[in-house]
Design a protein around this ligand. Structure first.
Ligand code: OAD
Length: 247
């Protein structure tokens, strides 16, 4: 990673009064959570069409639930890593901060962030397919029917996670857009930039004047257009960056 670029990015962060952060699966990789794409990625062994679409749920809700229960168990064993910790420190130090995450693992909140928009939902919640009430995601082993029922209307519950082919929940993108618009710095961490709305948020921030930093060990379409592509794992790069900021 170029030290000069790191210094320039650090200077921008030092002066920032408003920060907009977009994270993807890469920030949780060092917590032991597999990313979606690439070698060893979550989608490598599974087809998302059979697990993460409304059609898959309609066809076999038990299969979908078993997969999400397995993922929830994995997440439960993971802890925030130094990359998450730095983003929590940023929220404590910079007046206006919003984290828009594509991750459903809850690790930003566990690291101490409060201003978090979970663009793709949360593994901590489930939602009734009929009345849309939320309830906590079930814990422990599946005993009988893997599909939980709504306590209010007895319809099937589903994970409160955005699936392929679904639109974002009302208000979510607007909230993130407002933060993107006023940001002095937009920090993108650990996303392959394959899913458009989060990329569009980062580009919106840049178009509105934010300095765009991308932290990723690999080159992506977004890192190519960033003002600073800081190359490396976020668990190392973010602590180095924050140390240079010295806030
Ligand atoms: P991906 O799995 O597509 O991409 C992960 C990115 O993280 C890649 O660009 C890696 O190079 C990078 N990466 C890996 N290790 C890293 C590390 N230690 N530090 C920093 N970066 C690292 O994940 P997302 O871009 O988050 O959506 O995927 C977006 C969405 O696609 C997900 O939210 C999910 C998925 O389908 C839904 O399920 C709706």
């Amino acid at each position: 990673m170029g030290g000069e670029l790191l210094d320039i990015a650090a200077a921008r962060l030092r002066e920032a009064s408003s920060l907009f952060v977009v994270t993807g699966a890469g920030i949780s990789a060092e917590s032991g959570i597999p990313t979606f794409r690439g070698a060893g990625g979550l989608w490598e062994g599974f087809s998302f069409q059979s697990l993460a679409t409304p059609e898959a749920f309609a066809e076999d809700p038990g299969r979908v639930w078993r997969w999400y229960r397995w993922r929830a168990e994995q997440y439960g064993e993971c802890l925030p890593n130094p990359g998450h910790d730095v983003i929590a420190q940023m929220e404590a130090a910079i007046p206006e901060v919003l984290i828009a995450t594509q991750n459903v693992d809850g690790l930003h909140r566990r690291a101490g962030n409060v201003n978090v928009v979970e663009l793709h939902g949360s593994i901590a919640d489930m939602r009734c397919v009929a009345c849309e009430r939320l309830a906590p995601f079930p814990q422990g082993a599946i005993v009988d029917d893997p599909v939980p029922r709504c306590a209010h209307c007895t319809a099937a519950m589903r994970p409160h996670i955005l699936w392929f082919g679904e639109t974002y929940w009302p208000g979510i993108l607007e909230q993130a857009q407002a933060a993107a618009r006023q940001a002095d710095v937009c920090l993108v961490v650990g996303t392959s930039a394959q899913v458009w709305p989060p990329v569009a948020l980062a580009l919106h921030a840049r178009d509105c004047g934010a300095y765009l930093i991308d932290v990723n060990p690999e080159v992506t379409d977004l890192s190519r257009t960033a003002d600073a592509h800081l190359i490396g794992p976020s668990g190392t790069v973010l602590p180095e960056l924050w140390e240079r900021v010295g806030r």
